[in-house]
Design a protein around this ligand. Structure first.
Ligand SMILES: O=C(O)c1ccccc1N[C@@H]1O[C@H](COP(=O)(O)O)[C@@H](O)[C@H]1O
Length: 218
């Protein structure tokens, strides 16, 4: 089974190149000023040109305005919008209509009760991304290197493609994919040496580990 591998929070040319050259399917760019991975529009333009069509570009926003998303769409030319805030199913639908792009909605998970929202999002989103629910005092809703109980997703009956994220790294990515049955995996902190500082060797190890797990799942 082929797994979609997304490396998120890329902000420099060399780490972006490491991800694309190692075979990342998706590369993510964070547009959220409170994040150590935030990129401005000028940097986004440069990184977008560098990717070209070698990987799918993902724009990560958190409860962003239409105006900001319009600028991002114009400059980054993303293939997918990742909504990582408290965007409602109606907001997902409206953004899809306004920008004509597929949407991946992040769902924060701590307990089984958090999965109750899935039927509503399954009607409007194109893809679901499961991430750990952040602590109440967190300064950002993701990118914290926190895992959740993957067993909550075992035997999940979801009509949409879904990805697992939250605290995955080269050492646990195979288990995350095996337990959850996810068709993709997304990583940020697990391929960094400090918040926001991606490590090319960790990126390569992560992608190698994810690809190796594909063979075990066939
Ligand atoms: O990366 C960030 O700083 C970030 C900020 C705001 C929302 C989401 C963010 N990152 C996403 O969070 C998950 C998990 O990240 P991690 O691997 O646990 O660090 C991932 O999808 C990132 O794309």
């Amino acid at each position: 089974m082929s797994v979609v591998v997304k490396i998120c929070g890329l902000s420099t040319c060399d780490t972006l190149e490491a991800a694309v050259a190692a075979g990342a399917d998706m590369v993510g760019f964070v547009f959220f000023p409170a994040s150590p991975r935030h990129v401005g529009l000028d940097v986004a333009r440069e990184l977008s040109d560098q990717v070209g069509s070698r990987a799918a570009k993902v724009a990560l926003t958190v409860d962003a305005s239409d105006a900001l998303i319009r600028d991002i769409v114009e400059i980054l030319k993303p293939d997918l919008l990742q909504l990582h805030g408290s965007e409602s199913p109606e907001r997902v639908r409206a953004l899809k209509q306004a920008f004509g792009l597929p949407v991946m909605k992040a769902i924060a998970v701590a307990t089984a009760a958090d999965l109750a929202v899935l039927p509503a999002y399954a009607e409007t989103a194109d893809r679901i991304l499961f991430d750990a629910r952040p602590p109440k005092d967190a300064t950002r809703p993701g990118g914290l290197g926190m895992t959740f109980d993957w067993e909550l997703l075992r035997d999940l009956n979801l009509s949409l493609p879904f990805m697992v994220s939250g605290g995955v790294n080269p050492g646990n990515v195979a288990a995350a994919l095996r337990v959850t049955g996810a068709g993709g995996v997304d990583v940020s902190s697990g391929v960094e040496r400090a918040p926001g500082a991606k490590d090319p060797e960790l990126i390569r190890s992560f992608i190698r580990a994810a690809r190796a797990s594909e063979e075990l799942m066939t």
